[in-house]
Ligand binder design. Structure first.
Ligand code: TRP
Length: 331
């Protein structure tokens, strides 16, 4: 069995792009009996940017509820909240002591994040700087073999292997499994309501868990269509409606819509209505399950708590290995 581990950023309720592009494929992989997955919500990393207890808690719940609504099997996978297994913070400290500042200073993500901060140098906290060491700890703490990540995280994976090797050579003992990055290539490209890539920062997202009335407003207002008359033939790719419809309703239904648009007598209003119905009906079950979880945060805490207990069993063992190597007592 391959041990796969991924940290999930908690930046709010996942939108259609997150769900189809990342979450659904990750769940398929996690539910595959050939794999043993550790999936966690990286809420300690969130603290580098979010200093609002209520927002932090809510984001975590929304992300957890979305993964559960999309069918993550939590018997098979270990699903937990990073902050529920604080052993990662302990390991991060040890790793800090083996990694050169000069190398950490080369992190692209740190440079990007600090370049964009409006508040000035005082908001560049040390957590942002050592972020890659906490991420390395997340991975090494569980003897993870494979880490599926986006391109932007490749350098962090290099740091992870690097710091593990540095500790090995300094201490003269192998304690860690060296993880391999797995880049997700065939990620589905989901267009946003403006036709550009769907992303929260562009404010062009479709939040499928939203109420149908809100979804309707969003689709009608935010997708711009040209003024082609009802009877005129239309280019199905003149706006993202048809493309979004394909991703949700499937190829056969989408071909039918494309034919109708090309033929004329079928308006953008009809297409929008079809898209809305596809979103509302196509994700009806997921929406219901999502809201059940959100209405019961205690149940979410219990679910994540069970995951944390399983994670902690592994974490303790690995950490004791490290503690022994460094000259500390066993816990
Ligand atoms: N830094 C990752 C991201 O921004 C999230 C993350 C935290 C992570 N810890 C991890 C990913 C460990 C993989 C493994 O997406």
């Amino acid at each position: 069995m391959a041990r796969i581990l991924t940290g999930i950023q908690a930046t709010g309720t996942p939108h259609l792009g997150n769900l189809l592009g990342a979450i659904r494929p990750a769940i398929e992989q996690a539910n595959d009996p050939a794999n043993e997955s550790f999936l966690f919500i990286a809420d300690m990393h969130s603290l580098t940017q979010i200093k609002d207890a209520e927002a932090l808690r809510k984001n975590t719940y929304a992300v957890a509820a979305a993964w559960l609504a999309f069918g993550l099997d939590t018997e098979r996978s270990v699903f937990y909240r990073q902050s529920d297994v604080p052993e990662a913070a302990e390991l991060a400290w040890y790793l800090n002591c083996f990694f050169p500042v000069s190398r950490l200073a080369l992190a692209h993500s740190f440079k990007d994040k600090t370049a964009n901060l409006k508040e000035g140098a005082s908001s560049v906290n040390t957590g942002l700087f050592t972020y890659p060491m906490l991420m390395s700890a997340d991975i090494l703490l569980y003897d993870a073999e494979f880490v599926p990540v986006g391109k932007d995280q490749m350098q962090h994976l290099e740091f992870t292997r690097d710091v593990a090797k540095r500790l090995h050579s300094t201490m003269g003992q192998e304690v860690f499994v060296l993880p391999e990055a797995v880049t997700q290539e065939s990620v589905m490209l989901v267009p946003g309501l403006d036709g550009e890539k769907m992303s929260k920062s562009r404010n062009n997202t479709l939040n499928i868990f939203e109420d149908p009335s809100v979804l309707k407003k969003r689709i009608n207002k935010e997708i711009e269509t040209d003024a082609t008359g009802l009877e005129d033939p239309k280019d199905p790719n003149a706006n993202p409606i048809h493309q979004l419809y394909r991703l949700i309703a499937g190829d056969a239904a989408a071909e039918q819509m494309a034919d109708q648009l090309r033929a004329g007598g079928y308006g953008w209003g009809h297409a929008k209505k079809a898209l809305l119905e596809a979103v509302v009906d196509g994700f009806a079950d997921e929406r219901a399950v999502f809201h059940q979880w959100m209405a019961n945060p205690q149940a979410l805490d219990e679910e994540l708590g069970r995951g944390a207990a399983r994670a902690e069993t592994v974490a303790r063992e690995v950490l004791n290995r490290v503690r022994g190597t460094l000259g500390y007592g066993q816990r």
